[in-house]
Design a binder for this molecule. Structure first.
Ligand code: BGC
Length: 448
C-alpha cells in the first residue's frame, strides 16, 4: 500500500467548456462565435469536425448532472458561451440563453454541486472579431460589460468565477502559432492581445468588486514546466524563457503589476512592443481571490540559436506520452506549484484542469482506460507533495467530465472520464470514472 491522502476540506470536481460540449450552436438565440467560423473553414480542424452538436449537453445537461452526482464531485467548472448571452457581443441580451444557464445552474445546485463559472473559454462573439477581436480595446470593454451582467444576473447562485481561461492559448496559440481561432500568425498581434486579455481580466475583477456580489474571482492560466537540458547557464536561461512565456508573462502583471524584464527584452529583440496605456497596469494588478491552474505536460529544453521564438529547442528525452503526444511529466506539476508559491506567495489555488488524452474505446460496454488512471494517480501525487510543501490547494478539478470537441483536434482526442459516442451521443462511464468516484469519496487512493 502507498496511500496518498488529501485534506478533508479539499474540493473535488471536473471541468468542461461551452463550445466543447454544448452543441445547439444555432439554437436558443445564440450568436456565432469565432469557433463556429474557424471550425467551419476547411483545413482548420481534424476531419472537418465542428462543435455544432458536440456532446449535445445543451439538451442533455440533466443526464450529465446525474453522472456528476453519482461521481460524487462537489464542484463543476463549466464556461458560459458569451454569444448565447450577447449574440452580438454587446447590446441586446438573449433571454433564452440567460434562462438556459439559470435552469442548468439551478439543477446543479439542487443536486448539491457547486458551480464554478468561466466567463471566457475561447468562444468570442464573431461580431466582435469582425471589429478587430481582442486586438481592439473595445472588446476589453465589451468583456467587462458582459462579466458585470453575469455577476449581477447569477448573484447568489455562482460563487466562484474565472475570467479568462488560458490567456496564453487565446493570444499566442491562436494569433501567433495560429492553430486555434481566429488562426493568425502574427507575433505583434498576439502580444498585444496578451496584454488586452490581462486588462479584460482586471476590468472584470473591478466590476466584480463594484458589484458587491458575494463570492470570489480568479483566472485560469495554463502552465508548463521546462527542465533545463543541462546545468549550462544558456540551457537554464532557455528553459526559463520557455516556462516564463507561460508563467511570468501571465502572472507578473497580476501579482507584481509589471511584465517580466527578461521576457520584455526578448520580445524587443524580435521587434515586438507592448502598448500599455495609463492605468492599465493598476487595473491588472488587483488582488484576486484564487488562482485556477491548468497543468498537463512538461518538457526538457535547451538553448539553440535562432530556434523558434525564444532560441529554445524542446528535446525529446523519451518521456512516455499521452495519445495527443504530450509528455507525461508529473514532476513538473509539483515544480510549477512550488514556483508559484515561491514567486507569488500564498495564494489559494484550485487546479482547474489536469487530465490526459487517451482514446480507448468501448468494448463490451466498458472502457478500460487504465493509462488515464495512472496519469491521474501520478499527478495527484504531485499535488499532494505540493500540499505537504505548503502550497495552498483548495481544490482539484479534472479535465474532463466528458470526451468532447478537442478544438483543432476535433473528436479524435478524448480526455473524458465519460466516453461519448459522437454518433449516438451515448454516455459510457470509463474505468477512470469509477476510480475517480472512489478517490473523491475516500479523499485518498492507493498508488499501487
Ligand atoms: C483547454 C481545454 C482543452 C484541454 C486539452 C486546455 O488547454 O482549456 O479546453 O480541451 O486543455 O487540450
Amino acid at each position: 500500500m502507498a496511500i496518498i491522502e488529501f485534506p478533508k476540506d479539499m474540493k473535488w470536481g471536473a471541468a468542461t467548456a461551452a463550445y466543447q460540449i454544448e452543441g445547439a450552436a444555432f439554437e436558443g438565440g445564440r450568436g456565432l462565435s469565432i469557433w463556429d467560423t474557424f471550425s467551419h473553414t476547411p483545413g482548420n480542424v481534424v476531419n472537418g469536425d465542428n462543435g455544432d452538436v458536440a456532446c449535445d449537453s445543451y439538451h442533455r445537461y440533466e443526464e450529465d448532472i446525474e453522472l456528476m452526482k453519482e461521481l460524487g464531485i462537489d464542484t463543476y467548472r463549466f464556461s458560459v458561451s458569451w454569444p448565447r448571452i450577447f449574440p452580438e457581443g454587446t447590446g441586446e441580451v438573449n433571454q433564452e440563453g440567460v434562462q438556459y444557464y439559470h435552469n442548468f445552474i439551478d439543477s446543479l445546485l439542487s443536486n448539491g454541486i457547486e458551480p464554478m463559472c468561466t466567463l471566457y473559454h475561447w468562444d468570442l462573439p464573431q461580431a466582435l472579431q469582425d471589429k478587430g477581436g481582442w486586438e481592439n480595446r473595445e472588446t476589453v470593454e465589451a468583456f467587462a460589460d458582459y462579466a458585470a451582467f453575469m455577476f449581477k444576473e447569477f448573484s447568489g447562485k455562482i460563487k466562484n468565477w474565472l475570467t479568462i481561461n488560458e490567456p496564453w492559448c487565446v493570444s499566442f496559440l491562436s494569433n501567433f502559432i495560429g492553430v486555434h481561432a481566429p488562426g493568425y500568425q502574427d507575433l505583434q498581434l498576439a502580444t498585444t492581445i496578451s496584454h488586452h486579455l490581462m486588462l479584460a481580466h482586471g476590468k472584470a475583477v473591478s466590476r466584480f468588486r463594484e458589484s458587491g456580489v458575494e463570492g470570489g474571482i480568479g483566472y485560469a492560466p495554463n502552465t508548463e514546466w521546462n527542465e533545463p537540458f543541462s546545468d549550462k547557464q544558456e540551457d537554464i536561461d532557455a528553459s526559463n524563457r520557455a516556462t516564463g512565456w507561460f508563467i511570468e508573462w501571465f502572472f507578473d502583471p497580476i501579482f507584481k503589476g509589471s511584465y517580466p524584464e527578461f521576457m520584455l527584452e526578448w520580445f524587443k529583440q524580435k521587434g515586438v512592443t507592448l502598448k500599455i496605456e495609463e492605468g492599465d497596469m493598476e487595473t491588472i494588478n488587483q488582488k484576486i481571490d484564487f488562482l485556477g491552474i491548468n497543468y498537463y505536460t512538461g518538457s526538457v529544453a535547451r538553448y539553440k540559436k535562432d530556434h523558434e521564438l525564444f532560441d529554445v529547442e524542446k528535446v525529446d528525452i523519451g518521456y512516455e506520452k499521452t495519445d495527443i503526444g504530450w509528455n507525461i511529466y508529473p514532476e513538473g506539476f509539483y515544480k510549477v506549484l512550488c514556483k508559484i508559491k515561491d514567486q507569488y506567495g500564498d495564494v489559494p489555488i484550485y487546479i482547474t484542469e489536469n487530465g490526459a488524452c487517451y482514446n480507448d474505446g468501448v468494448e463490451d460496454g466498458r472502457v478500460k482506460d487504465t493509462r488515464r488512471i495512472q496519469y491521474l494517480k501520478q499527478h495527484l501525487t504531485s499535488l499532494q507533495r505540493s500540499i505537504e510543501s505548503g502550497v495552498n490547494i483548495k481544490g482539484y478539478l479534472t479535465w474532463s467530465l466528458l470526451d468532447n470537441f478537442e478544438w483543432a483536434e476535433g473528436y479524435d482526442k478524448r480526455f473524458g472520464l465519460i466516453h461519448i459516442d459522437f454518433h449516438t451521443l451515448k454516455r459510457t462511464k470509463k474505468d477512470s470514472y469509477y476510480w475517480y468516484k472512489q478517490t473523491v469519496n475516500n479523499g485518498w487512493f492507493d498508488m499501487k
